[in-house]
Design a binder for this molecule. Sequence first.
Ligand SMILES: [Zn+2]
Length: 299
Amino acid sequence: MMRAAILLALMAATSAALAAAPDTSLRPVARPADMAAAAPQSEWQARGLRTSIRPVARPQNLVTVRARPAPVQTVSPTRQIVRPAGEPATRVEQNSGGGVMAALRPLLRPLGINRKADARKRQLLRGAVCGDPAIQGEQVGRVPGRIAGCGIEDAVKVRSIDGVSLSQHALMDCQTARTIKSWMQRDMAPAVGNYGGGVAQLRVAAHYACRTRNNQRGAKISEHGKGHAIDITGFTLRDGKTITVLNDWGGGKKGAILRKMHRTACGPFGTVLGPESDRFHQDHFHFDTARYRSGSYCR
Ligand SMILES: [Zn+2]
């Protein structure tokens, strides 16, 4: 009985509260005519609570300021931008647009450069042999020898090394290609320095050839017959000048460069032969990667 009475009292209280609800409900209510007429009287009202509830007619001076240059400093209550007298209203918009582009430009430019560098890298990787982008050419594989002792197990045909072209594409093994590359970088390039702009091309007279040493009957198989050797008659420089073993070994600037090249090749290569070795090498350097227990043979 007692519990039922409490329940009834609660229900009565709730219905009383619901009856009072229309005053505070969210339903649109007819706006008193005097309130509409009263808006807006002051800046406080324009920026205050009322404006967050319903739009207010924009003050006349704000509309004109945006349309044409302001004659005086104006503070816009909606944008809070202090604009110097005489400056067009569009200046801020133009600047912010330019500012965005200027901010993006340093990002966009490296992207273009990177794309070019990536394309160059891909191109180099496509032409790379011996797993080295600095050695460009084509994979050949096994080159069978015509006679016993000749041949290359895993040959490459080299077109350029470290950006320096070979006048004829040279067949050799990777050990020899890598040795030529490191000699070019560490010894040949410093020997030439800036002379003639540096070396553009190696003038190659011979590479792989299945033959005996110096083509002499009964002699041992040459290192040329194993893909271990290269014969270089000279160098073409970037300005078109040439340095040749035949003409320039004697002396002068070119002679000094050639002697330095000959000397520095001894060690990286197992055999180094030049004009002072024998009558077969008056016009070229012979470099090969043969290994002797006694060390390099250089003449
Ligand atoms: Zn040779």
